[in-house]
Design a protein. Structure first.
Length: 580
């Protein structure tokens, strides 16, 4: 009886199950379609590359209800074409408005046509580094040729290039130049000019970074309005070998007054567009930043930015001590950042001052908020901070001299015991040699401007007397090789490094009191040399030519390292390497 009741109940519910399992399929709805539409494509080679000369198929996908003949206007001043499916080649690169018209309706689409350019690739080099006079370099080449036209090649090779037979080669008309050996160090640019069907294409080029045969330090420098560069510091290069710089392919920035190097990274301190006085009453003209760049230029990151902040709080000068980067703004103080800081935005709350003007005993006892700062760093555990306007000298202090709270103006009870070096003078930058215990520094004073080198004992003895500087001033007498390379230097002696502080816009950046001058000196521990960049802006020929100079710290002799480049900051990677 119970079983029969369940059977009757199940039969009663079956219609309900059947109803609940039926899908609710919506009625079909005709969506509105454009009266005119079309697609286009390239078949075969270069299907994804819309090159000049490629055959492009255009297909009308307009509905059958649109009455009329499909008429095509390709936007390149060629005749109109009729047909549902047509083919067309564009003869010049550019952006074209392709229009399809059927009856009273039309559709326009934009199509971008690219010009053909040789695609050059450096094949993998054995050992991973192209070594001067040793490594054999080959190239792969692709010249898109959608029309199958005749091709002519002209390879232009850098000076000192050798072929597989050891013969000097300057040009080649072969499809590929074969194995190449480079006999000069630095960025070697291989250029290729191609004619396709008699038409000269845009030049192709490839940069080969040629390293030295031995591991040596590397100098990095920032070119004014240019790029970041690297230069191998080779003490005794073989005769005839030219040492040119590497182009890292990274823009140097607006005013990168300081470069720093640590481990495998380059730190670029760029104070942005405005570095001298500006009335930034709203505190929004800042655009400076610190960038972190891998030593070969392959990776660029932002460490900290002051975009939209006060212009005077941009990063100007700095140093690395341990695992921290310390940087000074224009005239307020020093900020301390861990080296692993990335994508930070400066703010006084998030990144307070490690040293503020009023947290040292020098406050209104030598400096104030109007004191403009230059290069800073530690020598034997003591901070040295250049002040070159309104409170001049190199102010020295230890970490223990930094006060925990601001002091009143004129309170001289907490003056640092290390005192002020070059008091009353306008020092801009310095570099210290721990090997010889010597210091090199730059001065901007009228009549005393230049670069000086002396022992630390002599440095202390200079005191505040400019007359005591005279025995330590560096000059440049062109070597025989320099005179051969630059005939205008023939017979010149004792050329000076006097920075232009005239304030004339045509001759110097900034103002008379805030001229660029010599931004940075850098020390090479391996070769025991100091490097600095100088710009010759004076009308006479008593000054050294524009370029980067090296000073042998032991001998005091100065040589021209890189000629003709206007440079801001520079620094040395003291870890020897063949390339970077």
């Amino acid at each position: 009886m119970k079983r029969e009741f369940l059977r009757i109940l199940l039969i009663a519910f079956l219609p309900l199950f059947a109803v609940s399992c039926i899908d609710n399929i919506p009625d079909e709805e005709d969506l509105p379609r454009d009266a005119v539409s079309f697609d286009y494509l390239i078949e075969g080679d270069y299907a994804l590359d819309y090159y000049v000369g490629s055959e492009i198929t255009f297909i009308s996908t307009s509905p059958e209800t649109t009455v009329g003949e499909p008429t095509w206007n390709f936007g390149d001043d060629t005749d109109l074409v009729v047909g549902k499916e047509v083919k067309h080649r564009f003869k010049t690169a550019g952006t074209y408005n392709v229009k399809l018209t059927i009856g009273d309706f039309s559709k326009t689409q934009v199509i971008l046509i690219s010009d053909i350019k040789p695609i050059m690739t450096i094949n993998p080099i054995e050992g991973g580094i192209c070594e001067v006079n040793v490594s054999k370099v080959t190239f792969s080449l692709d010249v898109p040729n959608p029309e199958g036209l005749s091709i002519e090649y002209l390879w232009t090779l850098p000076e000192g290039t050798l072929n597989a037979n050891g013969e000097t080669i300057e040009m080649s008309t072969d499809t590929l130049p074969g194995e190449l050996i480079f006999s000069n160090v630095g960025t070697q640019t291989v250029r290729l000019q191609v004619k396709l069907g008699g038409r000269t294409l845009e030049e192709g080029s490839a940069n080969v970074q040629v390293g030295y045969s031995e591991a040596v330090p590397t100098l990095y420098y920032a070119v004014q309005g240019g790029r970041l560069m690297a230069h191998k510091l080779i003490a005794n290069a073989p005769k005839g070998m030219k040492i040119s710089s590497y182009d890292l392919g990274v823009a140097s920035g607006q005013h990168p007054f300081n470069l720093l190097f640590k481990d495998s990274s380059l730190y670029v301190l760029d104070c942005g567009k405005q570095f001298y006085y500006v009335n930034d009453e709203n505190g929004v003209l800042g655009d400076g930043k610190i960038s972190v760049i891998s030593k070969d230029g392959s990776k660029v990151e932002t460490m900290i930015s002051n975009a939209g902040g006060p212009a005077f709080q941009d990063p100007f000068y700095g140093c690395i001590d341990g695992d921290f980067l310390y940087y000074a703004d224009r005239n307020t103080g020093i900020i301390k950042l861990p080296l692993n800081t990335r994508n930070a935005v400066w703010g006084a709350t998030e990144y307070p001052y490690y040293v503020n003007h009023n947290t040292l005993g020098y406050y209104n006892n030598g400096w104030g908020y109007g004191c403009i700062g230059g290069m800073l760093g530690k020598i034997k555990g003591v901070w040295h901070w250049c002040k070159f306007y309104n409170g001049n000298g190199i102010y020295r202090f230890k970490d223990t001299d930094i006060l925990s709270a601001s002091i009143a103006a004129g309170d001289d009870s907490n003056l640092p015991k290390d005192g002020i070096a070059l008091s009353g003078m306008q020092p801009k930058s310095f570099a210290y040699s721990s090997v010889s215990d010597k210091i090199a520094f730059s001065i901007m004073d009228v009549g005393y401007g230049g670069v000086y080198l002396c022992t630390m004992a002599e440095f202390e003895a200079i005191g505040s007397s400019k007359a005591n500087l005279k025995n330590y001033k560096l000059t440049y007498t062109p070597s025989k090789a320099d005179q051969e390379a630059y005939p205008e230097l023939k017979g010149k002696k004792n050329l000076e490094f006097v920075p232009n502080i005239s304030g004339k816009p045509a001759a110097v950046e900034g103002t008379g009191s805030e001229a660029v001058g010599i931004c940075q000196l850098a020390y090479d521990e391996v070769n025991n040399c100091v490097y600095f960049a100088f710009r010759n802006n004076v009308p006479d020929d008593t000054s050294a030519p524009t370029g980067i100079y090296a000073c042998d710290v032991k001998k005091g002799e100065v040589t021209l390292l890189v000629s003709g480049v206007s440079v801001y900051g520079l620094t040395v990677n003291n870890t020897p390497s063949k390339l970077f």
